[in-house]
Design a protein around this ligand. Sequence first.
Ligand code: NAD
Length: 266
Amino acid sequence: MSSSLKSLTGTGAVVTGGASGLGRAITEALAMAGASVALLDANGPAAQAAAAELVDSGCDVIGLQCDVTVPDSLSAAMATAAERFGGIRVVFANAGISAGPGPGSGGKSLLELDDENWDRVLAVNLSGVIRTARAALPYLIESGSGRLIITSSSAAIMPTLFVGHAYAASKAAVHHLTQYLAMELAEHKVLVNCLAPGPFETNIASGRLKQPDIAEQVAKSVPLGRIADPSEIGPVALLLASPDNGFMTGSLISIDGGTVAGNWSH
Ligand SMILES: NC(=O)c1ccc[n+]([C@@H]2O[C@H](COP(=O)([O-])OP(=O)(O)OC[C@H]3O[C@@H](n4cnc5c(N)ncnc54)[C@H](O)[C@@H]3O)[C@@H](O)[C@H]2O)c1
């Protein structure tokens, strides 16, 4: 038994929504551990810029424009990554968008629900995840030790009116999908787990959590009393990507400063 995780050198990895926030931090953690990473993002120039920064720090990273709601876009990006890296063993289905504030924080009530917004959020946060998984599956199976990690949210476990209806529902749905895919893909030795972050300071919701008044209010609901830096997701992402993690599948892992635990106990 070793006291540290194996290096990811030789591992091909893909991270969706990799140009910003948690996806950017996951990409960096994987690449610093030796993986070759394709960061996919709907924002092509941002993907290129994020990849260039990481290449400058010595990482093997490529940035590809890819919209997770478009199956052909996903297939093309997976094929490019697999060809460049000699396969794909790790995929983070991380891309996600906010539905705007919920009725508990000045957002729309049920009667004001915007159908277009509902459809768009479900398309990215739920359909985008299963389409990412489908496009990646042949490569994950071929690798012999595939790892699929989905990003959900503490809002999926703990209903909160702080987020919009479509966000809450889409994130709860990917929890169920994680467990469903864990069962379905077990025979192929593809392990499927889910990260459920609490508040992290990223660009989601137009960078709302970067506004001091909102950040202060949100931090009060976190037992650790603060909002996290995106880099804090790195160690957990590495564990889930590692071939050393061989028996954890279908797990929903909170990384939320105690948000869910604290609120359940009220
Ligand atoms: N930041 C938080 O507090 C928090 C909390 C819980 C869950 N999450 C989840 O973490 C994930 C990452 O969000 P973040 O906070 O880093 O946000 P972010 O806005 O900083 O980054 C998200 C990235 O996804 C990209 N993206 C959006 N739509 C896309 C699409 N259709 N196809 C490909 N890329 C797309 C964006 O261009 C952006 O670069 C999301 O699934 C989000 O729901 C975030």
